[in-house]
Design a protein around this ligand. Structure first.
Ligand code: HEC
Ligand code: HEC
Ligand code: HEC
Ligand code: HEC
Ligand code: HEC
Ligand code: HEC
Ligand code: HEC
Ligand code: HEC
Ligand code: HEC
Ligand code: HEC
Ligand code: HEC
Length: 421
């Protein structure tokens, strides 16, 4: 009987009648029969806020009505289908400690699938990154994903994943890769469309659109939808036009050839903080993204009028993409490149309507230290540096000599002892 918990069921303010009942119960004379298949029997205790664990917390389900509305409740849903050891053969009370519910007894496929992914694998010893309940919420209140109130509904997905990936405490404690991903997504063009609703609403991706739900993998895993090899196709499933042009350019061709140094969509756009590509802020920020791999060209660009203006935050100017294109970037030697000898004039004329062939001698990537590429600039640079050094050397020497003379004068004056010469 010590394994039984009936003694702990004595409600705090129970009267003599109840106490007698419980005494009888303990003697086995009038057991509380948990009728097979009846939730009512369970709920009799588990809706009573005075029914507590020995250790303290009350055992009332927060809201039995929610259980009835849930996927597992409904007309026929039974407590004992999940808590099968709560139903006792002899009709007596269930043990204090029941075995953990095994979702696999009904959802074998889902459990098998999740177990193979980042969330199913144990981290920090033995605790799974996320249990089923981590994403689906209380087992007693789960709703079908089509229900707008369901945690796994499209519009609530950001918050469901965000309960870990958007919670700074959890992020820090469990060292979640990428940090607070939810915050970045929330303010992105995709996040805003999911939230605010618009003509695009049905198409904008939420966390699970890009990552999957039970098949979530790290981008480092071979075969992951997010890996370097597969990511353009994933984004391209919605952005067909961008994918086709990217595939035809130098970056895309290198990427398809398996070259990991080639940029994929997220190297330029980021994965979660994606912004409207036409916005000034992003257009200027994108220059910095090119700079992660082409720092020499970005440096030279910033020496030009175009680069000095964008450096101040203005995008109404020639950015890298204005001259090179965004997705189908090609080497200058490729006649299809907008900066090739064949097309350069037309490219400049987009903005410089009066531009003539003369302007073509202007170098958009000057290298002051390269005597072959930037002859004029090189010598102008040498000249300027020479002048600068000359001027400093002359006046430096002048100052030294001047100081020497003043010092000598002062000593002589002192020796002369205030002579009246
Ligand atoms: C007579 C009152 C009573 C009835 C009837 C009852 N329970 Fe309980 N149940 C309790 C109490 C009290 C506890 C807390 C035990 C403890 O930890 O001290 C408990 C604990 C539990 C737990 C948690 C077990 C654990 O390992 O932590 C589950 C699950 C549970 N009950 C399910 C059920 C189900 C399902 C039914 C119906 C088949 C049911 N109970 C019927 C009183 C009852
Ligand atoms: C779909 C399976 C499922 C069904 C059906 C179900 N439960 Fe549970 N229940 C669980 C799981 C899983 C847990 C463990 C809770 C957790 O991990 O957060 C649990 C926990 C509990 C607990 C312990 C709560 C605590 O605070 O520790 C009680 C009590 C309980 N269930 C009672 C019931 C009752 C009563 C019913 C029927 C009205 C019911 N359950 C139906 C899956 C289920
Ligand atoms: C990382 C979050 C996450 C975890 C962990 C998770 N699920 Fe899910 N689950 C989801 C999402 C999101 C959906 C809705 C899928 C969709 O929209 O296609 C879903 C759908 C389901 C469905 C309905 C299947 C369908 O195709 O509609 C079942 C059943 C399910 N999950 C069970 C489980 C079980 C059992 C576990 C534990 C092994 C689990 N889930 C773990 C996020 C998760
Ligand atoms: C006794 C069998 C059983 C057990 C055990 C069980 N479920 Fe279910 N579950 C069902 C049934 C039946 C449905 C309703 C399926 C339907 O409507 O197609 C369901 C539906 C679901 C759904 C909703 C799927 C949707 O439509 O979006 C989720 C999520 C889910 N279960 C998760 C769990 C989790 C998590 C556990 C473990 C805590 C669990 N289930 C344990 C039988 C079970
Ligand atoms: C209960 C907390 C929790 C929830 C809810 C959760 N995750 Fe996670 N997630 C983790 C933990 C912990 C890890 C780290 C696993 C590791 O480091 O091995 C992780 C890892 C990941 C990774 C792999 C990161 C990498 O590159 O290694 C992705 C992607 C991810 N989660 C996406 C999601 C999405 C999408 C959702 C919602 C459908 C979600 N998570 C819901 C806890 C959670
Ligand atoms: C538009 C597609 C897309 C959406 C929507 C999206 N992700 Fe990601 N996520 C990615 C890609 C792609 C990566 C791989 C990282 C990279 O390439 O920079 C990634 C990486 C991650 C990582 C690992 C972090 C890292 O730096 O490797 C986590 C965790 C994650 N996502 C969680 C989420 C969560 C949570 C949401 C919803 C709030 C979400 N993602 C929404 C595409 C997406
Ligand atoms: C489920 C479909 C879907 C997926 C997957 C998707 N997007 Fe989007 N994306 C949209 C929709 C819808 C819009 C808003 C309409 C538009 O502007 O084209 C959008 C907008 C954008 C924009 C702004 C477009 C503009 O006109 O300024 C960029 C950039 C973008 N997405 C990049 C990405 C990247 C990178 C990925 C992969 C990591 C990705 N998207 C994955 C649907 C998707
Ligand atoms: C080398 C950097 C870079 C890469 C890689 C890249 N983009 Fe872009 N993307 C840009 C720039 C710059 C713009 C702005 C173009 C403009 O202003 O004309 C842009 C614009 C966009 C737009 C809005 C305009 C349009 O064409 O619809 C979408 C959508 C987009 N990119 C999606 C993608 C997708 C999907 C991928 C991967 C297949 C990708 N991008 C790869 C730099 C890049
Ligand atoms: C993740 C690194 C990365 C990013 C980001 C990136 N590129 Fe590239 N880019 C490369 C690599 C690698 C090559 C091939 C270089 C080679 O073949 O020598 C290349 C080639 C090029 C070429 C052709 C030059 C040649 O030698 O074939 C141009 C032009 C170019 N990139 C411009 C840009 C512009 C403009 C941006 C920003 C919108 C950008 N790139 C962003 C890595 C990057
Ligand atoms: C005003 C137009 C213009 C702008 C703006 C511009 N470029 Fe260029 N870029 C050119 C031209 C023209 C060439 C070919 C020059 C040459 O003959 O070497 C070139 C060459 C290059 C090359 C070498 C291509 C090859 O095939 O060898 C790279 C890489 C490059 N640019 C990257 C960038 C990056 C990154 C930016 C932004 C920081 C940028 N460019 C901005 C016009 C421009
Ligand atoms: C996206 C528009 C755009 C493109 C494309 C562009 N420029 Fe410019 N450029 C400007 C703007 C705006 C200015 C500011 C002065 C002005 O309005 O003429 C400027 C200024 C200049 C200047 C300095 C003018 C001065 O008065 O000092 C030169 C030189 C120049 N561009 C050359 C070029 C060349 C060569 C090309 C083609 C390879 C080119 N630009 C392509 C927008 C552009």
């Amino acid at each position: 009987m010590s394994q039984r918990f009936a003694a702990t069921l004595v409600p705090m303010n129970s009267g003599p009648v109840l106490r007698t009942l419980i005494a009888l119960l303990l003697l086995g004379a009038a057991p509380v029969v948990i009728a097979a298949g009846s939730n009512d029997a369970c709920l009799k205790c588990h809706t009573d806020p005075t029914v507590k664990r020995e250790s303290g917390p009350n055992m009332a389900l927060t809201d039995p009505a929610k259980f009835r509305m849930s996927v597992h409740g409904g007309k026929k849903g039974q407590c004992i289908e999940c808590h099968d050891d709560a139903e006792t053969a002899d009709g007596k009370d269930h043990p204090k400690k029941l075995k953990p519910v095994d979702c696999a007894s009904c959802h074998e496929d889902e459990v098998a699938e999740v177990t193979k992914t980042v969330h199913g694998k144990p981290v920090d010893g033995d605790k799974a990154a996320s249990t089923c309940v981590g994403c689906h919420g209380s087992p007693h209140e789960m709703l079908a994903k089509d229900d707008p109130k369901s945690l796994t509904n499209y519009v609530n997905m950001e918050a469901a994943c965000g309960s870990c990936h958007g919670n700074d405490k959890v992020v820090a404690q469990r060292k979640l890769p990428g940090g607070n991903v939810q915050a970045a997504f929330h303010d992105s063009i995709h996040g805003r469309l999911v939230r605010d609703g618009s003509d695009f609403k049905a198409q904008a991706p939420t966390c699970t659109t890009c990552h999957g739900a039970h098949s979530i993998q790290s981008k480092k895993e071979v075969g992951s939808k997010l890996s370097h090899a597969n990511q353009p196709a994933m984004c391209g499933s919605c952005h067909q036009r961008a994918l086709v042009t990217y595939n035809s350019g130098k970056h895309g061709q290198l990427q398809q050839g398996g070259d990991k140094t080639a940029p994929t969509c997220t190297d330029c756009h980021s994965a979660h903080g994606i912004q409207d590509a036409a916005s000034d802020n992003w257009q200027v920020a994108a220059i910095g993204q090119c700079g992660n791999c082409h720092d020499d060209y970005v440096e030279s660009y910033h020496l030009t009028y175009h680069g000095k203006v964008t450096n101040l935050g203005y995008a109404d100017m020639a950015t890298c993409a204005s001259c090179h294109g965004a997705h189908d970037i090609r080497p200058a030697s490729d006649p299809l490149s907008p900066v090739s000898a064949e097309q350069r004039l037309t490219t400049c004329q987009q903005c410089h309507k009066q531009a003539s062939v003369q302007l073509m001698s202007w170098d958009p990537h000057p290298r002051p230290s390269d005597s072959e590429r930037s002859v004029v600039l090189y010598w102008a640079n040498v000249g300027m540096n020479g002048l600068l050094i000359g001027v400093f050397a002359f006046f430096g020497l002048h100052t030294v000599l001047w100081a020497y003379r003043s010092f000598g004068d002062a000593i002589r004056r002192r020796r002369g002892g205030g002579s009246n010469r």
